[in-house]
Design a protein around this ligand. Structure first.
Ligand code: HAM
Length: 420
């Protein structure tokens, strides 16, 4: 093969696209019912947007960004996530003037130079939301309730929502100091990655997956037990509202996230059937990021789910193609012209997907192709039918055939469709 796709950047082929459309359409309907509006930001940003937004010491910034010099002038980066770009756009377009709290959503590709494996790609797709302009715990609960509802609408059942609070910026700094103190005489027993994390991003040591590190951390201080009373009250209200809304969750006092901007509520949604890459979504509050980007102090919370992981978690049969296909089989030039006209009329008059032959294939191969497409009805037009001014309507499931007058085809079809 002369050319192949870049490793970790998959093609989405026509055979799989219906599932994507279905997920995207359920997400849009659900998000719009909560008052979210779509935002589309560019795939490329100045590298500094992500360094400032995600944090200099994070894995994403140190190891995973696709960064390049634009003809030697500017350092640009393919977006590894959506939040930093949206905060940049929020400030650049003075969006705080439009509404007290901006509810934004986005759907699109993100890029991280990770080692590809099942559920982990270099180009992957996120559906994400950002609520900017509120520090109310009700916003946290509503966002978590919304993600839970959306995942259920996708057809997912076996997912777990884990929540935690990291406290405010002050709490986070104090906790990082106490964790560093706790680890100071244990550093030599940490894994190589964690040795670096202690220096750059000590909270990340807490969610190291290596057992040897986890054993050392058993008696480590817990972030949730070290937050101030304001942050504690905030978290208690988040839980109370989630309980009222009937959203199931588990408090996980070890949960920290890989992005530096989080404060207070953080959450992660995992799915049992996914193996090691089991997070289908994650998010949290980032009350200091807008200020860090030069805007006013503004509360904000958001999340993103990974579309590829959602599709992996859903079994294929749950994402069925619900389109009704009607096909037109023609023989001869005159019939072909009548066929394209009829196809147009049926497209206008029904919601069906209508296919007609454009190759001049034999009737046999047209039938074979329409069978593969799962066509429910095939309308047959040959020389005889042209002469008689009729069309043959064939039900591909029952094999029943009947002759219908040309002008009556749409009406008869509509009646047949109503009958199911
Ligand atoms: P994140 O935890 O980095 O958060 O990513 C969110 C989700 O994107 C993950 O849970 C996972 O489903 C998916 N994902 C991440 N990396 C990959 C990958 N390499 N391959 C496949 N899927 C992946 C964020 O991106 C934050 N911006 C979320 C957020 C929005 N926080 C506040 N607002």
């Amino acid at each position: 093969m002369l050319y192949q796709h870049v490793k970790g950047m998959d093609d989405i082929l026509p055979s799989g696209i219906k599932a994507w459309h279905k997920i995207e359409s359920i997400a849009r309907n659900c998000l719009e019912s909560y008052g979210f509006s779509e935002i589309r930001t560019p795939l490329l940003e100045d590298t500094s947007v992500f360094i400032r937004g995600i944090g200099e010491g994070t894995d994403i910034v140190t190891k995973e960004m696709f960064t390049f010099q634009d003809k030697g002038e500017k350092s640009l980066t393919l977006r590894p996530e959506g939040t930093a770009s949206i905060v940049r756009a929020y400030i650049e377009h003075s969006m705080q003037e439009n509404a007290a709290d901006m509810r934004l959503y986005y759907i699109g590709p993100m890029f991280r130079r990770e080692r590809p494996q099942k559920g982990r790609l270099r180009q992957f797709h996120q559906i994400g939301v950002e609520v900017i302009g509120s520090d109310s715990p009700y916003a946290d609960a509503e966002v978590i309730a919304q993600i839970s509802k959306m995942l259920s609408k996708f057809g997912l059942t076996d997912f777990n929502i884990k929540i935690n609070s990291l406290g405010c910026k002050n709490d986070k700094e104090k906790f990082a100091d106490s964790l560093r103190r706790f680890l100071s005489d244990k550093e030599s027993r940490l894994c190589e990655d964690c040795k670096v994390r202690v220096k750059k991003n000590v909270l990340r040591v807490l969610d190291c997956k290596k057992e040897s590190c986890q054993v050392l951390l058993n008696s480590a201080p817990k972030v949730l037990q070290n937050i101030c009373s304001d942050c504690n009250n905030h978290f208690e209200t988040v839980k109370k509202v989630l309980n009222t809304l009937g959203v199931k969750y588990t408090v996980c006092d070890n949960l920290v996230r890989g992005l530096d901007y989080y404060t207070r509520t953080v959450f992660e949604i995992t799915h049992g059937g996914l193996g090691s890459q089991d997070a289908i979504g994650a998010g949290g509050r980032y009350d200091n990021l807008i200020k860090d980007f030069g805007g006013p102090l503004t509360g904000a919370i958001g999340y993103a789910v990974g579309v590829e992981r959602i599709l992996l978690a859903l079994s294929e049969k749950q994402i069925t193609d619900e389109h009704l296909v009607i096909a037109i089989a023609t023989l001869g030039d005159e019939a072909k012209i009548a066929g394209v006209k009829l196809a147009d009329k049926i497209r206008e008059g029904t919601k069906a997907v209508v296919c007609s032959d454009i190759k001049g294939a034999s009737l046999k191969s047209q039938f074979r192709a329409y069978d593969k497409l799962g066509a429910k009805f095939v309308l047959i037009i040959g020389e005889d039918e042209i002469k008689k001014g009729v069309v043959v309507l064939r039900n591909m499931f029952t094999k029943e055939q009947l002759e219908v007058e040309k002008n009556m085809v749409l009406e008869v079809l509509k009646n047949r469709l109503k009958e199911g």
